[in-house]
Design a protein around this ligand. Structure first.
Ligand SMILES: Cc1cc2nc3c(=O)[nH]c(=O)nc-3n(C[C@H](O)[C@H](O)[C@H](O)COP(=O)(O)OP(=O)(O)OC[C@H]3O[C@@H](n4cnc5c(N)ncnc54)[C@H](O)[C@@H]3O)c2cc1C
Length: 256
């Protein structure tokens, strides 16, 4: 049952990184997505600070790990921005003030400063640090290979049908064999059919990724340079994560 990676697997997308991890927008961002004020309102100041602090650390540590392991995945720093939607500077200012009060990283940029940064065309923005872009599939392959070279055993194409929990062990029943272990960590991304009892805790929401055709110069100017990624106040305050960036030399846009 122990499977090995084959060249053909890589070319077809194979069994490494077939989930969202290998197909995401490839952004390591320093914050979770929803507005700080919304998280603070729902869970309190302390929790909101912990969430933002740990997200930033995770982004930095993720990038450091990829560098340390020398994984070639096009890792590059990007400037993450939250921009004010037109006529919505007040909402952004309130968000900035809440972050500043909680000592969460962020710099206020006026429209003029934003223009100097060649960021997107907007009345104001919050600029953060510690964000990166990468090729998520290559990162996924690199991390798998690094884990395998350190002794991890990777089973591909082995769909788990059931997990049976006994007092002293856990049986993972897969197509083609059973693995007995002392502990199992489930990383299926969501509660899949095999874990019916957990499904009610998850709500399915739409997610998408859009890659445009090459955009004309006039629109390119509104979007900013390749090394920026941004969301606007409407996305940040409604917990819809929508990041836009220019990922390639053809000036196509990536939004997700
Ligand atoms: C369009 C889109 C863009 C995104 N962009 C970003 C981004 O830029 N930055 C960011 O940080 N996050 C992004 N995300 C979110 C991020 O991709 C996910 O949070 C992350 O990939 C989840 O990783 P995971 O390992 O938990 O799940 P997954 O990557 O989904 O992995 C789950 C794995 O479990 C396997 N599996 C499922 N059921 C079974 C079974 N019964 N037996 C065996 N194996 C099973 C699947 O095959 C899969 O390989 C994006 C998500 C989407 C959808």
């Amino acid at each position: 049952m122990r499977a090995r990676r084959r060249e053909g697997d890589r070319a077809r997308g194979g069994s490494y990184g077939p989930g969202s991890a290998g197909r995401s927008a490839g952004l390591l961002l320093p914050e979770p997505g929803p507005a700080f004020r919304d998280i603070e309102q729902a869970h309190g100041l302390r929790t909101a600070r912990v969430a933002f602090d740990s997200w930033r650390r995770a982004s930095l540590e993720g990038a450091a790990l990829l560098r340390r392991l020398n994984i070639r995945c096009g890792l590059e720093p990007v400037i993450p921005l939250i921009v004010a939607a037109r006529d919505d500077e007040k909402t952004l200012r309130r968000e900035f003030d809440a972050r500043a009060k909680a000592r969460v990283d962020g710099t206020w940029l006026t429209s003029k400063l934003l223009g100097k940064l060649t960021g997107p065309d907007a009345p104001a923005a919050i600029r953060m640090r510690d964000a990166f872009s990468l090729d998520p599939y290559r990162a996924c392959l690199g991390l798998s290979a690094a884990a395998a070279s350190r002794g991890a055993v990777i089973f591909e194409r082995s769909r788990v049908k059931k997990v049976k929990v006994a007092r002293r062990h856990v049986d993972v029943i897969a197509e083609g064999g059973t693995v007995r272990a002392s502990t199992v960590i489930v990383t299926t991304g969501t509660a899949s059919l095999e874990f019916r009892q957990l499904r009610r805790h998850f709500k399915r929401r739409e997610s998408y990724l859009v890659l445009t055709e090459s955009v004309p110069a006039a629109i390119r100017k509104q979007i900013g340079t390749r090394d920026t990624t941004f969301r606007d106040t409407r996305a940040a305050s409604s917990s819809r994560a929508m990041d836009v960036r220019r990922p390639d030399s053809d000036c196509r846009c990536h939004a997700g």
